[in-house]
Design a protein around this ligand. Structure first.
Ligand code: CMC
Length: 432
C-alpha cells in the first residue's frame, strides 16, 4: 500500500501522497495543498524542499554517498574520465566505444570559437573576473549559433551539448590569456579534452606546454568530481531558467553567475585566499579557527560545511588523496597544504565543528592541486564551471524532455505594507 501523510489544518484533515525515490528517500507531495486549503509551505533556503524528481544524481549526505546515475563517485574517479562521465550524466548510461568516439569527435570538431569573438575578449578590461567573461561569452557564443534559439530539439541536442562543453573550455582558456596579456593559443585537434585545455592555457606560440600525464589526470579528475551535485544553487538556477524554455546556452550562462558566489563555487578561490592570509600572518590556523567560530568576525572556515553533507564530502576525500599524490610527483612542498591539514585536524577535534557536523567539502583541497598545476586562484571557479557543465546540461535535458513540465514559479508569504494610497509628491512629509 502506498504511504500517505495526514495534515490537520484548522478544521480540515488532509491526506497527502508520499513519493518514494529509488534509494528510499521520502517526500510529501504538497502540490494540491494550496488548492485544497489556501495554504502554501514556507521553507527559507529550501532546506526541506524537493523542487523536482530527478534521475541524474543521488546524494546521501548523512552517509557521505554520491552517485552519478547510480555509479559511486569513487568508482568513476578511479576508472572513468571527465568526457565519459559527461556522457553518462547527460544520457543516463555509460557510452559504448562507438558512442564515446562520436561524442569525443564532436567535442574536437567544436573546439574553435568564431574568429570575431576575439574582439569580444579584447573589450574586457584586464581586471575582469574570468567568471564574468565566461558568463558573457557563453551568451555571446550562442549568437553565432542561431538554431539554439529554437529551444530544445532532440535531433540537434547532442551537437548543442558537445558545442557547449567544448567551447566553454576554449572561452575559459582565452579569458585567462587575455587577462594576462598573452597571445591566444588555438586548440589542437590531436589533444584530448583536458590536455587541450592545459595546452590552451599554458603553451606559448614559440613553445608547447609540456603535458605531464599526472597533471592531465589530476585536472581531469577535478572536472569529473565537479560534474554534477543534484539540486545545488547553480543547478537549481539552470533548471529555473530552463523551465521558461530559454535556450541551453542562456541556462548555462545563468548557472555560471550562480556558481560564482563564495558560498558556492567561489569557495575554492576563497579557500586559497584564506590559506594565503593565514600563512602570511604567521598563524598556524588556530587564530583563524577561533575567528571562524566567532559570529561577529564575519569569517567562516571556507571549504568547510555543506547543506547536504553532514559527514565527510566523498569528493573531498578523493581530492585530498590526489593532492598528496600530485604534490609528491611534482616534488612540490606547499606550506598551504600543511596549513590546510592542520586546520582540518583542528576543526575535526573542535566541538563547534563537530556539533554542527562541519567537514571539509570539495573546495578545501582542490585549490592546492590547481595551484600546483599553475592555475591562478581567479580561474578556480571557472574550472568548477567547466566541470559542472555536463550536470547542468543533463538537468536542462531532463526538464526539456519531461512531458507537461511547468515553469518554475515559487510562491511567497508577503510581509510588506498592507494596502495604502498614493500621496502626491508635494504632500509627502519626511519620515523620521
Ligand atoms: N565556518 C564556520 N561556521 C560555519 C561554517 C563554516 N564554514 N559553515 C556553517 N557554519 C555554521 C553556521 O554559522 C551555523 O551556525 P549556527 O547554527 O550557530 O548559526 C551552522 O554552522 C549551520 O550553517 P548554515 O549557514 O545554516 O548552513 P547552510 O547549509 O546554510 O550553508 C554552506 C552551507 C556551504 C553555505 C556553509 O557551510 C558555508 O558557508 N561554508 C563555507 C563556504 C563553502 O565552503 N562553500 C562551498 C560549499 S561545497 C561546494 C558547492 O557545492 O558549492
Amino acid at each position: 500500500m502506498s504511504k500517505t501523510a495526514k495534515l490537520e489544518l484548522e478544521s480540515k484533515s488532509l491526506t497527502l501522497p508520499v513519493v518514494v525515490g529509488s534509494e528510499g528517500e521520502h517526500g510529501i507531495d504538497i502540490s494540491t495543498l494550496r488548492q485544497q486549503t489556501g495554504y502554501i509551505t514556507l521553507d527559507d533556503g529550501y532546506g526541506n524542499t524537493g523542487s523536482c524528481s530527478s534521475k541524474i544524481t543521488f546524494i546521501d549526505g548523512d552517509k557521505g554517498i554520491l552517485q552519478y546515475r547510480g555509479y559511486p563517485i569513487e568508482e568513476l574517479a578511479l576508472k572513468s574520465t571527465f568526457v565519459e562521465t559527461a556522457y553518462l550524466l547527460i544520457y543516463g548510461e555509460l557510452p559504448t566505444v562507438a558512442q564515446l568516439n562520436h561524442f569525443s569527435n564532436l567535442l574536437t570538431e567544436n573546439e574553435m570559437l568564431h574568429e570575431n569573438m576575439k574582439r569580444h575578449f579584447e573589450s574586457f578590461p584586464p581586471s575582469a573576473h574570468p567568471m564574468a567573461i565566461l558568463s558573457s561569452m557563453i551568451n555571446a557564443t550562442s549568437c553565432y549559433h542561431p538554431r539554439l534559439m529554437e529551444g530544445y530539439k532532440a535531433e540537434n541536442f547532442t551537437l548543442q551539448a558537445a558545442r557547449l562543453i567544448s567551447k566553454v573550455r576554449t572561452i575559459a582558456a582565452y579569458s585567462y590569456r587575455q587577462a594576462r596579456g598573452f597571445p591566444i593559443i588555438y586548440p589542437k585537434t590531436t589533444y584530448k579534452y583536458t590536455a587541450n585545455f592545459l595546452h590552451m592555457l599554458f603553451s606559448q606560440p614559440y613553445r608547447d606546454y609540456e603535458l605531464k600525464p599526472e597533471v592531465v589526470r589530476a585536472l581531469d579528475l577535478i572536472f569529473l568530481l565537479h560534474a554534477d551535485h543534484e539540486q545545488n544553487c547553480s543547478t537549481s538556477t539552470v533548471r529555473m531558467i530552463a523551465s521558461s524554455q530559454a535556450n541551453l546556452f542562456a541556462c548555462a550562462a545563468g548557472g555560471v553567475c550562480a556558481l560564482w558566489g563564495p558560498l558556492h563555487g567561489g569557495a575554492n578561490q576563497a579557500v586559497i585566499e584564506m590559506l594565503e592570509d593565514i600563512h602570511k600572518s604567521g598563524d598556524d590556523g588556530s587564530r583563524f579557527i577561533a575567528a571562524a567560530k566567532d559570529k561577529t568576525s564575519g569569517k567562516r572556515l571556507m571549504g568547510f560545511g555543506h547543506r547536504v553533507y553532514k559527514n565527510y564530502d566523498p569528493r573531498a576525500k578523493i581530492i585530498k588523496e590526489q593532492c598528496d599524490k600530485l604534490l609528491s610527483v611534482l616534488h612540490i612542498n606547499d606550506p598551504l597544504l600543511d596549513i590546510a591539514k592542520h586546520l582540518e585536524e583542528a576543526a575535526l577535534r573542535d566541538s563547534y565543528f563537530v556539533e554542527r557536523k562541519l567537514y571539509p567539502n570539495v573546495d578545501f583541497y582542490s585549490g592546492i592541486i590547481m595551484r600546483a598545476i599553475g592555475i591562478p586562484p581567479e580561474m578556480f571557479t571557472v574550472i568548477f564551471a567547466i566541470g559542472r557543465m555536463p550536470g547542468w546540461i543533463a538537468n536542462y535535458k531532463e526538464i526539456a524532455e519531461t512531458q507537461g513540465s511547468r515553469i518554475y514559479r515559487p510562491r511567497q508569504i508577503y510581509t510588506g505594507p498592507t494596502i495604502r494610497h498614493f500621496v502626491p509628491l508635494e504632500q509627502r512629509t519626511q519620515k523620521a
